[in-house]
Design a protein around this ligand. Structure first.
Ligand code: GLC
Ligand code: CA
Length: 528
């Protein structure tokens, strides 16, 4: 059986507010993405996942939806969406939409009806509970952005549940009409030609039927976000969720090869259950382990081995390095190791997801207090949970506003944007941009990387080495996790040659039995 596009391809995440502004309001939009499709084709990615573009009051920047079947005027219109899909497809690029089924906006007509009265037919589309005997919230659950998950509605005399902001009430997925309505939403976009969905907080969809109190987390410390005070035992990852996901999957099966990706922050053993019974769950339960892994060779070797070992038979792996909710990879490991990380991401077994701007090596961006936009950062200041630093505009050239806009962007550029941009870095063969482009094109042309098996060669203290093999084709990856030179001896043939170094040179060099690595160097070696 030949592999699916979402198995061999690379996904590129676009945060649409920050990719390209086409109308000079300082906010990216769909037309802007369309104008940059040639760049994405040049880079060598296969699919674009676009964070939400639906109509929204933007309390959580689009993750609070008022109409699942529309496009917010900030981003464009259904016409600009259709045009984007059509041109993307002409360029062999797939489009993956962000689907936000766990909660709507407080301004969604469904919620407005639901809160109108206890007798409203939409009342049970959301989660309403009576107050505790003392008038307080129904249980001890804590919102992901801090505070209680329960908001009091004086008009109808009950609390409603919100796992995130009070402006994001959770839908009640136990109500059959909710499922049916949301399935229609999926069909609406599938008919318009989308190639799949990334499903927001999919492990949250079902909550404990009895709403039992969550237990205390004994490991919580005051410098951690409030949500971590409790274990999410009853509020997330309930057994009933798998049936809900299988229901979505069946809708996709009515169509043709579209992919279902789930956002899931859980330990590996729990994560892999989201492939579903008989693999009828998510095709790709996002594997976020690299997002906060300690950056050492033995630790990363260990987590790859554990993940590979935990996958169900036939379950396809995937890897994520950064996203719009977590610090960028270069902010975490520094600019030199960001290249090693890129080689790791693009040579592991399974679908990689690359986050926009990481190909420029954007690192930590300081956000001045008066420019903070993230609601979480505003609600829990001082903990470093702010997500704005990972959402700054894409940097295209050295002009004012980096070619992103003709107007001051909604979030600041990096101070070094005049050097750190696509125009400058695409001309520099030693840039991280050219490295990532080379890796993407190499991966596409070499089946051992896109489909072959993965085999650990070494987990010594400073070096991670593994082999990717497809039939007789073998590629060895050797990564130096340190800032010191290293030597590594492995099972290499005398004819083994370097195909790619993270430094951008040494191509075609024979390596010999002992490989020498420069500080922070990664090598891709072709066995002969
Ligand atoms: C997901 C999104 C995040 C959002 C949250 C609530 O985790 O990635 O950005 O704030 O869901 O929708
Ligand atoms: Ca715009």
């Amino acid at each position: 059986m030949s592999p699916m596009w979402w198995q061999t391809g690379t996904i590129y995440q676009i945060y649409p507010r920050s990719f390209q502004d086409s109308n000079g309001d300082g906010i990216g939009d769909l037309e802007g993405i369309r104008q940059r499709l040639d760049y994405l084709a040049w880079l060598g990615v296969d699919a674009i996942w676009i964070s939400p573009v639906y109509p929204s009051p933007m309390h959580d920047f689009g993750y609070d939806v008022t109409d699942y079947c529309g496009i917010d005027p900030i981003f464009g219109s259904l016409e600009s969406f259709d045009r984007l899909i059509e041109e993307a497809h002409q360029k062999q690029l797939k489009i993956i939409l962000d689907f936000v089924p766990n909660h709507t906006s407080i301004e969604h007509p469904w919620f407005k009806a639901s809160r109108r009265s206890r007798a409203d037919p939409k009342r049970d589309w959301y989660i309403w509970r009576d107050a505790a005997p003392d008038g307080g919230p129904p249980n001890n659950w804590i919102s992901n952005f801090g505070g209680s998950t329960w908001a009091w509605d004086a008009g109808s005399g009950q609390y409603y549940y919100h796992a995130y902001l009070a402006e994001q009430p959770d839908l009640n997925w136990r109500t059959p009409d909710v499922r049916a309505a949301m399935h229609e939403v999926l069909r609406f976009w599938l008919r318009r030609g989308v190639d799949g969905f990334r499903v927001d907080v999919i492990w949250h969809l079902m909550k404990d039927a009895a709403f039992r109190d969550n237990p205390r987390n004994p490991d919580w410390t005051t410098d951690a976000p409030e949500i971590d005070r409790l274990l999410q035992t009853y509020s997330t990852d309930q057994p009933e969720v798998h049936e809900v996901i299988a229901g979505m999957r069946l809708v996709l099966e009515e169509f043709d090869g579209q992919v279902l990706i789930g956002e899931i922050y859980l330990p590996v053993e729990r994560l892999v259950t989201y492939y579903g019974t008989n693999l009828m769950g998510a095709h790709l339960p996002f594997n976020f382990q690299l997002l906060n892994a300690a950056w050492t060779a033995p630790h990363i070797a260990e987590l790859i081995v554990r993940y590979e070992g935990a996958l169900p038979q036939g379950g396809w792996p995937n890897w994520v390095l950064s996203n719009h909710d977590r610090p960028r990879i270069a902010a975490r490991v520094g600019p030199a190791q960001a290249r090693v990380a890129a080689m790791l991401l693009l040579t592991l077994r399974g679908t990689p997801t690359l986050y926009y701007g990481d190909e420029l090596g954007i690192g930590h961006v300081e956000i001045a207090p008066d420019r903070i936009r993230d609601p979480w950062a505003k609600r829990e200041p001082g903990l470093g949970v702010g997500r704005d630093p990972s959402r700054t505009p894409m940097q295209w050239d050295a002009s004012a506003f980096a070619g992103f806009s003709t107007h001051e962007p909604w979030l600041p550029l990096t101070p070094d944007y005049e050097a750190r941009n696509v125009a400058v870095m695409s001309k520099d063969k030693t840039s991280i941009l050219c490295l990532i482009r080379s890796l993407l094109h190499y991966r596409r042309g070499h089946a051992p990387l896109s489909q072959g098996g993965w085999h650990l060669l070494s987990r010594e203290s400073d070096i991670l080495a593994y082999e990717r093999r497809n039939g007789d084709d073998r590629i060895v990856v050797v990564l130096n996790f340190t800032a010191d030179p290293q030597a590594w001896s492995g099972p290499l043939s005398t004819k083994a040659r370097i195909a790619l170094s993270t430094y951008g040179d040494r191509r075609g060099d024979f390596v010999g039995p002992a490989v020498s690595l420069r500080p922070n160097e990664g090598l891709l070696i072709e066995q002969a």
